[in-house]
Design a protein around this ligand. Structure first.
Ligand code: CP
Length: 337
């Protein structure tokens, strides 16, 4: 199929402009390169949604969003569906395991066919980096990146920033200066880390990535983060400690296959002792410091259960705010705000 000229091209995501335009009006593809003003606009809208300003607005009345999920999800997919319903619309799910992608259909053809059914937006998750960006020039509706490979997860980044700002009383302006956020673990595999580093540093936070060199390589500095290998020291100074899961599913099977299920670390037990947020470590955090995790959590590996469930934990607040953020994103992209 050939791409048709669409209004999206004018907005910077057309085939003639293959350079990605994160945050360009029309799509939400990533937070890297997004200005502070643009970030604040999404976050302020989230705050308004949280205060009930758009309650009952029915902006999506009679409209459907399509969740095109070519990779597993609990939080993101459900959250987009809940958000669509709270705006008066609805959501349909395409799950890759039951789709014609398995018969050889391309993801772009799949997206165009679903769009042809009259959906208002495509929410796309994929194992491969760049899939939402590849789809965007070929459709006329907004594309929202719900996580692409190791690249970006912009709505997760926004909800994490919002949750952090809420805890520290920074909702007026979303200025995160003076806050140090530690992102701990498998940063190299993490789209959440990339979106958070971009968004948080743009808003003034200091982001320190913590982990062994195989998970936190020196190249992370190019994203705007600092690197520290000493978890014990970092937990005592950070205002927020965001733990990441080891993404075993992203281990390159060509580099060791079944024999290499623990990428670049001697063992999970050793990793946990060096970098896990154990109860004893969490007890040394600053008085107001918080624990965050995008989920899914692997209890007993990167974080102890009592820490994930403890008084410092914002994990379920992140999930709660995720619905508000996704409502805000849809209000923005689908014309309600
Ligand atoms: N945080 C996150 O993306 O979770 P899911 O994979 O369950 O959507």
């Amino acid at each position: 199929m050939r791409a048709k000229m669409t209004s999206n091209e004018v907005l910077g995501s057309g085939k003639a402009k293959q350079r990605l335009q994160p945050g360009a009006v029309g799509h939400l593809l990533g937070l890297q390169g997004m200005s502070a003003q643009e970030l604040r606009s999404f976050l302020t809208l989230t705050q308004q949604v949280g205060r009930g300003k758009h309650e009952g607005s029915k902006v999506l009345a009679g409209r459907l969003i399509a969740n095109l999920f070519f990779e597993d999800s609990t939080r993101t997919r459900t959250s987009f569906s809940v958000a669509a319903r709270r705006l008066g619309g609805d959501a349909v799910d395409l799950i890759s395991a039951a789709s014609s992608v398995n018969k050889g259909e391309t993801l772009i053809d799949t997206a165009r066919n679903v769009e042809a059914m009259g959906v208002a937006a495509l929410v796309v998750r994929a194992k491969q980096s760049g899939v939402p960006h590849s789809i965007a020039p070929y459709v006329t509706c907004p594309v929202i990146n719900a996580g692409d490979g190791k690249h970006e997860h912009p709505t997760q980044g926004l909800l994490d920033i919002y949750t952090l700002a809420e805890h520290y009383g920074r909702l007026g302006g979303f200025d995160l200066s003076g806050l140090t956020v530690a992102i701990v673990g498998d940063v190299v595999s993490s789209r959440v880390a990339r979106s958070n580093i971009a968004g948080m540093t743009t808003l003034g936070a200091r982001v320190v990535c913590v982990g062994p060199p195989s998970m936190v390589p020196g190249s992370v500095r190019h994203l705007g983060a600092e690197i520290d290998r000493d978890m014990d020291s970092v937990v005592e100074h950070a205002d927020a400690v965001m733990m990441l899961r080891i993404q075993f599913e992203r281990v390159d099977s060509a580099k060791g296959g079944e024999a290499n299920k623990t990428p670049g670390i001697a063992s999970v037990r050793e990793y946990r002792e060096g970098y896990g947020l154990l109860e004893a470590r969490a007890a040394r955090m600053k008085r107001r410091a918080v624990v965050m995790h995008p989920g899914p959590i692997n209890r007993g590996i990167e974080i102890d259960g009592p820490v994930a469930d403890g008084p410092r934990s914002l994990v379920l607040r992140q999930v709660f705010n995720g619905v508000l953020v996704r409502m805000a994103v849809m209000l923005r992209l689908l014309g309600g705000a």
